[in-house]
Design a protein around this ligand. Structure first.
Ligand SMILES: [Mn+2]
Length: 447
């Protein structure tokens, strides 16, 4: 855990965030021999879930908070049973730096033997004036008699900061670390708890802390690989920082792979191709560049080979299956639709969020409009935003309708998308939140 580097995309992960994290972690291992693992900052969206199932790939590990956990500071010390002779605890303590954990038959913590508990035990048995009792007799007593049974236990996956107040008040120097079933895993010492190693993190497909996992500032940020506007955090040291104007982060990963003279395994190449096709709406979005088209050719060459789950596919057929896997308003809860692919921003003193949902036909919007508008209002209130927007994009015709939460700022009256009788706005030809909608909205707010 301590030496691993987590490669992770933004919260409310989309397919590019999932795929580029998996691809970049692979490249760092393959090219640099790094101990890199892919992670995700939230639940898979329906499109990514469909994709990983098609490709028989495991989803990246879930990591929603970068704050250090007890597992990063614990030591897996050997332990003794309560009935073992105290002499064995003496031997163990001489190897562990003065402590012997006593664990019962079920693997649960019984008590801790350390200098303090031993001294208490000797005082109790020998009295204030030690008599003729020999060391041999003392050392044949069972461990349970000399163990301190009041040592606090902390869950391995628990965040240290949540227990810090208690630890600072406590007189104990060592603590149990247990699993979710209260089974002994190791011992954490106070000096390590107060200075835990930072989680090593590489951000892909985002650079704004607002869109990153919680407590990013507690992590050691090693690198950023992205294709969005800048809103990057401050760092104490220089980091590798790559932000380029291409349609997807998957494009950047595939370019680096080719530059290193490597080729990806077919399933992984398929995942990156999906990240690229999803972000660029099958290479039609205005964010698409020649480099994206070259990357799509390269990735499909790696992905569509014999023996691959995608054998026989074309960019077009695979792209269409992928987009329709994530599209539609009918089978999903309105609250889920407005919160799955959402990004938060701050501009001109406003806090706002823009969600996007994809459909294959805007006609279906009519019957879902009222619940979606209500869900958008609820989301705005719940997150304490000034307003929220939902861009419903017809991925077949390449156009969108925009829903704005009620009582939004009058500054938005100047949006260049004509209002329609149903209360939505007609965003003709708009398919990209990043390149088309967001600059317009920010332009109005920051006047
Ligand atoms: Mn992306």
């Amino acid at each position: 855990m301590a030496n691993k580097t987590f490669v992770i995309g933004h919260v409310n992960p989309d397919t590019d965030s999932i795929a580029s994290a998996m691809g970049y972690a692979w490249l760092l291992r393959e090219r640099d021999g790094a101990e890199a693992v892919a992670a995700r900052a939230g639940a898979l969206n329906p499109q990514s879930a469909w994709l990983l199932k098609q490709l028989k790939l495991d989803p990246p590990a879930l990591l929603t908070d970068a704050s250090p956990r007890f597992e990063s500071v614990m030591q897996r010390l050997d332990s003794l049973r309560p009935d073992a002779q105290l002499g064995l605890a003496w031997t163990l303590a001489s190897k562990t730096g003065g402590i012997a954990p006593v664990v019962d038959e079920d693997g649960k913590p019984y008590g801790l033997i350390n200098g303090f508990s031993l001294f208490k035990y000797f005082t109790k048995t020998l009295g204030p004036q030690p008599g003729e009792t020999t060391v041999r007799e003392m050392m044949s007593a069972p461990c349970k008699d000399a163990a301190d049974t009041n040592v606090p236990k902390f869950p391995a996956s628990g965040h240290i900061r949540d227990f810090l107040n208690r630890i600072l008040r406590d007189e104990t120097d060592e603590y149990w670390v247990v699993d979710e079933n209260n089974v002994y895993l190791g011992i954490a010492r106070q000096r390590e708890i107060l200075n835990p190693p930072r989680l090593k993190i590489i951000l892909v497909d985002h650079n704004e802390p607002r869109q990153a996992i919680a407590a990013l500032e507690e992590a050691e940020l090693l690198e950023i690989l992205d294709h969005h506007r800048l809103g990057n955090p401050h760092t104490h040291t220089p980091i590798r920082f790559t932000v380029d104007i291409v349609g997807s982060t998957s494009t950047l990963v595939s370019e680096q792979t080719a530059e290193a003279g490597l080729s990806m395994p077919p399933s992984l190449a398929g995942a990156l191709l999906a990240g690229l096709l999803s972000d660029t709406l099958i290479l039609t979005s205005p964010t698409t560049t020649q480099r994206d088209k070259d990357a799509a050719d390269r990735l499909s060459r790696w992905a569509f080979v014999g023996g691959s789950p995608l054998k026989g596919e074309t960019i077009e057929s695979f792209g269409k299956a992928l987009l329709s896997a994530g599209a539609g308003l009918s089978n999903r809860d309105p609250n889920e639709i407005v919160s799955t692919d959402i990004k938060q921003y701050e501009a001109g003193g406003f806090k706002l969020a823009i969600a996007q949902a994809e459909v294959t036909d805007l006609l279906q919007l009519a019957e879902h409009l009222a619940p979606l508008a209500q869900a958008l209002d609820e989301l705005k209130d719940k997150r304490g935003l000034d307003f929220a927007m939902l861009l419903v994009t017809d991925i077949v015709r390449g156009t969108s309708r925009l829903i704005v939460s009620s009582k939004a700022t009058p500054m938005l009256n100047d949006l260049p998308y004509p209002p329609l009788p149903d209360g939505t706005r007609d965003a003709q030809g708009v398919v990209s939140r990043k390149k088309q909608l967001l600059p317009v909205v920010l332009g109005l707010l920051e006047r």
